[in-house]
Design a protein around this ligand. Structure first.
Ligand SMILES: Cc1cc2nc3c(=O)[nH]c(=O)nc-3n(C[C@H](O)[C@H](O)[C@H](O)COP(=O)(O)OP(=O)(O)OC[C@H]3O[C@@H](n4cnc5c(N)ncnc54)[C@H](O)[C@@H]3O)c2cc1C
Length: 460
């Protein structure tokens, strides 16, 4: 066989719907589709689900900043029940233990009848005309094909769409750079009462009591200290930078969260990187892993030297997956713009709502984007189902942080609640297309939304 003739590889699996990538959006897509009786296969490169939320250690779940925090997802309710039963979530549904989330998501897939194919990477796609007929998979069994009727690109980076020839945007059009990446980590063995004492002493020493707290008998905590902010820990960080115990970059973005069910454990939203930040470049990903671990070891030494409570602390987990905030955004039938987001645009085929701010790390929002928000008494924007349909392809949907959105819009759309609802909508949309024997373009987003609501999804 010609080495390049991938279409002649053996077909090792087939499914009605093939979900490519088992992150936040992919899992919700697969479960929603399986709930509607469709044979659904979920392919994931790692050996667990949740992607950035679990293997990237990204906790907590952001609020959508709409009163009541509607999640636009019925699967959110089921997941929340599971996390609470496992002691791995909080009542508000925002905080979770990323390590237990892996298990909860996997169990939901198993219960829904989703077929899981772990440790399998998708390097290429087979396209005939405007249809994706198969994805090429690479795993311990070698190279082969997986055939499907509808494919859902949930890779976060739009790998499947790009391989299928879709157009895409990438990075900030003003600088050409992607959003910063981070390599997150968890430290265990922390004496939370001693840490509370340390925060109180710092507050007294500096006269600033801001953004460093431990409460609920040490079961909950939050702290941040970003360069330029005047918070409780600012002086401590400045002293450590001055002494050479931290780098300036260590201080640019530092944030720490407690997690339900993990007493004495903190998840850190750092170190953050501002160079070599292309999440689709294997060299940049490799550099981030190496530089990230160096920074993490340095930061643990800093906690031990400068803060109480870390005497017996140790690194429990370093994310196997680099945290990519933004890489490629796929061009879909409707591409969300900054104007759509800030102008609080509404759509008849809406499947998700949010008012999460435009959250661009390492860059200030310029005046160009300070559009006067529309005042229709409904302070949120909406995502149409069309933003999930990959332009120019008949059977490919895209979900999660790489849906059709310009760079500025992606900076709001990228958070987990939105990834979940776009995934859920795509899974339902795919099932409706198959049930009605029609193309995904003929599926009405309003019908998708109706099923989400019927199953318990809460919209504003
Ligand atoms: C550092 C950081 C902090 C953040 N903080 C928050 C926060 O506090 N709250 C919040 O709500 N959001 C936060 N976000 C945003 C949010 O976590 C992510 O945007 C979201 O989880 C992305 O979900 P996704 O399903 O689109 O992609 P991912 O979770 O990245 O899932 C993609 C999946 O596809 C797999 N995959 C990729 N390519 C292939 C391939 N070719 N073959 C096979 N498998 C593949 C990956 O292994 C992964 O499992 C943060 C993001 C980062 C990076």
């Amino acid at each position: 066989m010609n080495a390049l003739d991938l279409s002649r590889l053996p077909v090792t699996k087939e499914a009605e719907v093939v979900v490519c990538g088992g992150g936040t959006a992919g899992v919700f897509a697969a479960i929603a589709c399986a709930h509607l009786g469709k044979d659904t296969l979920l392919i994931e490169q790692f050996g667990s689900l949740g992607g950035t939320a679990t293997n990237g250690l990204v906790t907590p779940l952001m609020s959508v900043h709409i009163p009541g925090n509607p999640q636009c997802s019925y699967l959110y309710n089921l997941l929340q029940e599971k996390l609470l039963a496992l002691g791995a979530g909080n009542a508000g549904g925002t905080a979770f233990d990323p390590l237990m989330l892996r298990y909860a998501l996997e169990q939901m897939c198993v219960e829904a009848g989703v077929r899981l194919l772990y440790h399998t990477f998708i390097p290429e796609v087979i396209r005939e005309g405007d249809t994706v007929t198969a994805v090429v998979i690479a795993n311990k069994a070698g190279l082969s094909l997986v055939k499907g009727k509808i494919f859902i690109d949930a890779t976060g980076d739009g790998d499947i769409s790009v391989r299928a020839g879709a157009e895409y945007n990438k990075g900030n059009p003003e600088t050409g750079k992607n959003q910063p990446m981070s390599l997150r980590y968890i430290i265990d063995g922390i004496d939370m009462h001693a840490l509370a004492e340390c925060f109180a002493q710092e507050a007294e020493r500096t006269g600033i009591s801001k953004n460093a707290g431990v409460w609920n008998d040490g079961k909950e905590m939050y702290a941040d200290c970003c360069r330029g902010a005047n918070v409780t820990l600012t002086k401590l960080f400045e002293e450590a930078v001055e002494a050479g115990d931290l780098t300036v970059e260590d201080h640019i973005y530092w944030q720490a969260f407690g997690m339900p069910g993990r007493y004495g454990s903190i998840a850190f939203n750092c170190p953050e990187f501002f160079e070599n930040i292309d999440g689709t470049d294997p060299d940049d990903l490799s550099i981030s892993q190496v530089k990230g671990k160096e920074a993490i070891v340095r930061q643990l030494a800093f906690y031990k030297k400068y803060m109480k409570g870390f005497e017996k602390a140790y690194i429990a987990e370093i994310a196997p997956m680099v945290g990519v905030r933004e890489s490629r955004e796929i061009v879909t039938d409707h591409v969300l713009t900054a104007e759509n987001i800030l102008g609080k645009q509404k759509f008849a085929d809406m499947i998700s709502q949010s008012n999460y701010p435009i959250d661009i790390h390492g860059k200030q929002l310029t005046n160009r984007y300070l559009i006067e928000p529309a005042d229709d008494g409904k302070p949120w924007y909406e995502i149409p189902f069309r933003s999930l349909i990959v332009k120019g392809l008949d059977n490919l949907l895209v979900v999660g942080r790489c849906i059709g959105a310009e760079f500025i819009a992606e900076a709001s759309v990228r958070v987990q609640p939105t990834a979940r609802s776009t995934g859920e909508a795509a899974g339902i949309g795919a099932a409706l297309a198959l049930a009605g024997n029609k193309s995904i373009r003929e599926v009405d987003g309003a019908d998708v939304r109706a099923i989400m609501i019927e199953n318990g999804a809460n919209f504003a």
